[in-house]
Design a protein around this ligand. Structure first.
Ligand code: ATP
Ligand code: MG
Length: 423
């Protein structure tokens, strides 16, 4: 029996991987523009990290983690998201003492969640995310949102909807929390088991429930915006003002709550409104998490970030009919005929590559025509043609495969001559 790929995972093959590389390159370029620096943390962490950092009332912790005991009996989890690890690393490496503040970081890598696989939902997926730690300036909230929007827009996406909300500071959240408990408690038995547990632990999460989203109490639930105290209101106003001044359109949705327990103030999501994108429209989610660094054993430090997945970004591109040219072309292909010429092409190929040309040759002893075909398949710009006779007369023929023009160059000086004429 053949062995198949695990459910919910995918191979990204040559021909498609170039698209990923292009998008990843864009993400890195934009992070550089915004002065965010890459951080790489382990793909597995101690399970405790996510219990504390993601929160035990979330879907992630309750049912999606890939956790196991390693051979030393440690409880290990494949990371389901990036923020907990980044914040752990921030605290562990005492980045709060870095001379450059705030600390602005980005990550790009695979995450693992035991989910029911469907379009846009994988068990291994790649997230790109940023975290800005150490600033409580609403301008940084706007910057983080702008960075995410910039990536989507730079790839040509147009049908985007940015939704924002404020969860307020702790005082506002607590007032809202009490109101939510009062609202849901009398009829909590009409809600799913998860929501019943959430009522005491984190009633805000009830608003995020996928099973009970159509219950009438959901629509009439007290809005967080009515519970924002003066400071929180002002903070939110500033974020909105900055976004407007940056020409970033947004919609305020008071029902938007993010899955994690430590969010406060700004929360946001970016959706695709493209037709045919499917049921899952969220491309990116983020927000402010001022309590998290302390929770991880660091000093009280504000933070804000977002995460988006490459998979959903690529689906959105497809839904909008945006084609990222993933052509992967060679500069040169050596076409060698005859034993001596084939021998000679070994060192010639090496020299071409050392001179910076992306080059290849025939390794299957094919006939002339088949070698030309191979050159074409690689999208090579030049065929470098070498026969035993050319070797003896010290000549090499170069054919420009784009326009069919041919020229003859000297064998001794070949790399110089070729570089001058064909670079
Ligand atoms: P959802 O409500 O769709 O389950 P989430 O709240 O679990 O999303 P986050 O943890 O905020 O998602 O992750 C941020 C982003 O990562 C999402 O907006 C989405 O683009 C992407 N994402 C989340 N889970 C998956 C998955 N299983 N496969 C692919 N992308 C995912
Ligand atoms: Mg999820």
């Amino acid at each position: 029996m053949t062995i198949q790929i695990p459910r919910g995972t995918q191979d990204i093959l040559p021909g498609v991987v170039e698209k990923w590389q292009f998008i990843e390159g864009k993400a890195k370029e934009i992070c550089n523009k915004y002065q965010y620096r890459e951080i790489r943390t382990p793909i597995f962490e101690n399970t405790e990290l996510f219990l504390r950092g993601v929160g035990d009332t979330t879907d992630i912790v309750q049912k999606e983690m890939y956790s196991f005991h390693d051979r030393g009996g440690r409880n290990i989890t494949l990371r389901p998201e990036g923020t907990a690890s980044v914040v752990r690393s921030f605290a562990e490496n005492k980045m709060f003492g870095n001379p450059t503040q705030p600390v602005k970081l980005y990550y790009l890598g695979p995450m693992f969640r035991y989910e029911r696989p469907q379009a846009g939902r994988y068990r291994q997926f790649v997230q790109f995310g940023v975290e800005a730690l150490g600033s409580m300036d609403p301008a940084i909230d706007a910057e983080v949102i702008s960075l995410a929007m910039d990536l989507y827009k730079s790839l040509g996406l147009k049908k985007l909807r940015l939704v924002i909300n404020s969860l307020g500071d702790n005082e506002s959240r607590n007032a809202h929390r009490t109101a939510l408990i009062n609202h849901f408690e009398p009829r909590i038995d009409e809600f799913c088991g998860d929501c019943q547990k959430r009522l005491e632990k984190n009633p805000l999460r009830i608003l995020d429930c996928k099973k009970d989203r159509d219950h009438e109490l959901m629509k009439s639930a007290p809005s967080i915006l009515e519970f924002l105290n003066e400071d929180s209101k002002q903070y939110f106003e500033k974020v909105k003002q900055y976004l407007s001044e940056m020409d970033i359109d947004f919609i305020v949705d008071p029902t938007l709550v993010r899955g994690l327990d430590y969010y406060n103030h700004t929360a946001f999501e970016i959706m695709s409104e493209a037709e045919g994108f499917g049921a899952i429209t969220t491309l990116c989610g983020g927000g402010r998490y001022n309590g998290l660094v302390e929770e991880m054993g660091g000093p009280d430090t504000p933070g804000i970030g977002f995460a988006l997945s490459m998979e959903r970004l690529i689906s959105a591109l497809e839904a909008e009919g945006i084609n990222i040219d993933s052509k992967y072309a060679a500069d040169c292909y050596i076409i060698a005929l005859g034993d001596e010429a084939r021998d000679y092409s070994v060192s010639l190929l090496q020299k071409l590559r050392q001179a910076g040309f992306s080059s290849d040759r025939d390794y299957l002893n094919r006939k002339l025509k088949a070698q030309f075909k191979a050159a074409e398949r690689l999208g090579a710009k030049f065929a470098i043609i070498l026969g035993d006779e050319e070797l003896q007369t010290g000549k090499i023929t170069v054919k420009n495969l784009d326009n069919g023009e041919q020229s003859v160059m000297s064998l001794h000086n070949f790399i110089d001559e070729f570089s001058k004429q064909c670079r």
